[in-house]
Design a protein around this ligand. Sequence first.
Ligand SMILES: [Zn+2]
Length: 1038
Amino acid sequence: MSQQGYVATPPYSQAQPGMGGYPAGFGSSPAQPLYGHYGGQPQSFPTPLTGVMKPVSSPSGMPPPQVSSQYGSNVQQNGANPQRYPAPPSAAAPPYGQPPHSQYHSMAPQAPAPAQQLTNQMGSMNLGYGPGPMQSPQAPPTSPPAQQPFQTSPPPTMGHSTLGPPPTGPHSPQMAPPQLPLAGPSMRGPPPMGGTGRPFPGPPPPGAGGFQQPGPGAAGPPGYPQQPQGPFGGQMAGPGMAGPGMSGPFQGGAAQMAGPPQKKLDPDSIPSTTQVTEDDQAKRGGQVYTTNLRGQVPPLVTTDYTVQDQGNASPRFMRCTTYSFPCTADLAKQCQVPLGAIIKPFATVPKNETPLYVVNHGETGPIRCNRCKAYMCPNMQFIDGGRRYQCGFCNCVNEVPAFYFQHLDHMGRRVDLYERPELSLGSYEFEATLDYCKNNKPASPPAYIFMIDVSYANIKSGLVRLVCGELKTLLDNLPREDGAESSMVKVGFVTYNKILHFYNVKSALAQPQMMVVSDTAEMFVPLLDGFLVNFQESRAVINNLLDQIPDMFADTNESETVFAPVIQAGVEALKTAECSGKLFIFHSSIPTAEAPGKLKNRDDKKLINTEKEKTLFQPQKGVYEQLSKDCVSQGCSVDLFVFPSQYVDIATMGDVPTHTGGSIFKYSNFQVEMDGEHFLSDLRKDVEKAIGFDAIMRVRTSTGFRATNFFGAIHMNNTTDVEMAAVDCDKAVTVEFKHDDKLSEETGALMQCALLYTTVSGQRRLRIHNLSLNCSAQLSELYKSCETDALINFFAKSAYRAMLNQPLKTVREILVNQTAHMLACYRKNCASPSAASQLILPDAMKVFPVYLNSLLKTGPLVGSAELSTDDRAHQRLITTAMGVEDTQLLLYPRLVPLHNMDVASDVVPAPVRCSEERLTETGMFLLENGRSLFLWLGQACPPELVQSIFNVPSLAHMPADLRSLPVLDNPQSKKLRSIIDSLLDQRPSAMKLLIVKQKDRSEMLFRQHLVEDKGLHGGASYMDFLCYVHREIRQVLT
Ligand SMILES: [Zn+2]
């Protein structure tokens, strides 16, 4: 290593830990009171600014207020294009009526009338089984009298799937119910009801009136077993998971389930995820989803739709496990359906949807309820001629500040309703005042610090040269405010092995300067000026540095690294600069050098399937815990790119990233030729993505329930404030709600997510997302309004957290137990009486079992010594921050047949079920789950197809290490490459294409993603799991 040519200034004299010159207490104490109005004193509005609006300032390249904005001058729109898309064709009146001459009005969609929407919605709940008009009650043979069975004639009535009689109609193939051949005589009940040839009855009668299920009272029907403790609190009553196909971790008990099904079931007969997504796409795809109705269930995440905000947040920002909350805690406990919302505050909004408006309420800041601090939103009811408003969350009556006064129309609505985003939209932003800034000082633009491990492994693999080369162009794409010419994000550079090297890249320098810090125990930043710079200004010096770094360390023999001091250095640098930011760390090995945060190999496969397995996933405490707190209080997010050749203790190294809104990217046995492009694509996406810093999120709710539990790459100092050093467009926080009182059907359940953050240009903003749900005393409403994709996101995150404290076996049992309870409760309370041999699933949850089974088979939960501990820990950590789209795809990959694709069409062929049975020897399939991408080639793949895709005459001629598809000028090649490109474009992380031939050894990697089949590392097939769940349900019901 050479430092020649660099000026090593004597920095060590200033090794004071706290970096002098800055106010004490700035972010240094995690116990520091939370800033701004979070939990602060009630705010008053002493000086009404009548008519005086602070104009939207654009100090940092923000576009001036749009002249064409449909809102007043106090409103600014993100992005350049204020145009909303054309109104949908419906002629029905808009929901609230609108003032004449309002621009907003003219562009507002004319939504279907509520009643019509309801009808549509109900129709969508009834895939194929809507009954005719309700008929005379049919006494259930075995129900306890208090159960109040469903007052309807024949089988399933409202929106559920039955596995019983054979297919009845062309529209319900997935529910075409064969009799489940459950082993054991007790499982063979009487023939399923309905018999064959039951007519397909069509949609239910319009309106909700046909749904007359009286439902259980608050206390629940007698005889229904009371639930054990909440999720993961209790033990599964029944036997452990077992049964055909369940090996390894699922052993134990339930021997009676063993043995193959008595007759081969038609796999088409069990509920199909691909069918459900296809049906939703057919029904709702390509449509405009308007958010005007409370409790409306959005299209599936897999469906292609456009959102128009009419008072509730887009489902891109917030999705719920159910859109109808039960009125009482007892009902919630009885059904065990978790009440949750998955919030992705910075979700990417497609170009054809309106970006969020920015509202400025002037010097006194955003208007908020005096009592509960909720922000002005469509759920505030103006009264008293417009002089006061009642808060929809806490019912407190507040004075309207004079500057905000507006008259009400004859319907009691403000006449400026549609000129103010905060009164008419679900999502918008407020400009924050100084009160919302740390120490009442304006925020600064964030900084990105690139910290490159230059130890032997990274030099030898070529990684250092690769990163340095890429940064020279990548830094031109740092995130910027919409419309800004250049980014305000500053950059800095550190290299390290056992010691750290900081670089002065001030634009005035002819050469970069290196400063070395070898005392890693007391980390400090040896230079103040010239470390964090503007890339445009310092481009020449930075490029010079990036050219030199690979050569400087080319001969290094240093193989040891430090890690915690690297993060510490980054935090100190941001503290010094008084800004938030992100560290991009490119690291190779377990940090064994003598320094804080030193780690040792604690990987022990013998712990797998023991009580102590959980310890493999628990981070080492101490240094890293404190570092996370330091990072969060400074708004310092950490992204870790790790290139290990062996165990590196991801559980610990990933701890800071997963508490600071960061990401972890892992490239095992990295080789530039094989993995370079994959890594660079990840790096590009990561550097360029939309992001906010130094964020604090609060989820407020209307009375009767509250947010009690949060999952995500977050940090919590108390029970309500979700702190995120950064939050980007792919990060989601999953929130669980609990009752603390009764909810009212009339007022519903309101939630408001407020995110205070710093923009990439250093502005302090509040991003508000509002969502209103229905409440019902009928459990059937809850089941009807469930969303399986959101539910499985919740289950995955809660199970992955629970596995830190409980044996995996217990976690798996609780998952199955809770699933059985959810489904049994539906069966008992919402479905019409039917033979016990029928498995009856709520329509909105009918594919939940396949997702749950897939979750049980994921690396973290499966408990197999064949899997790397780091890989398992990695998946556990990244899943914690995933949104609904990501968990859906992860747990049910897309398997797309390509051999018959229509090259003339733009359409991607419809995916098929993830099972070996769907593969054909003559076929070619693409499989992706958001993390991995495979091209599978059948043994007998037609030579013409092979020729057109790979330019070789047969599979035998294909090079063994083919990493990408050759660019060929024929329709098949073009089509396939465009499918892959568009997939890669859509996903948050890059994926490396693996080309797999049938019966090759590498095929195992592919097959583990066929989630309907028996797991390679343990775990049941979907069919077997469904039988098992059915048996558990029956056990619950008896
Ligand atoms: Zn309030």
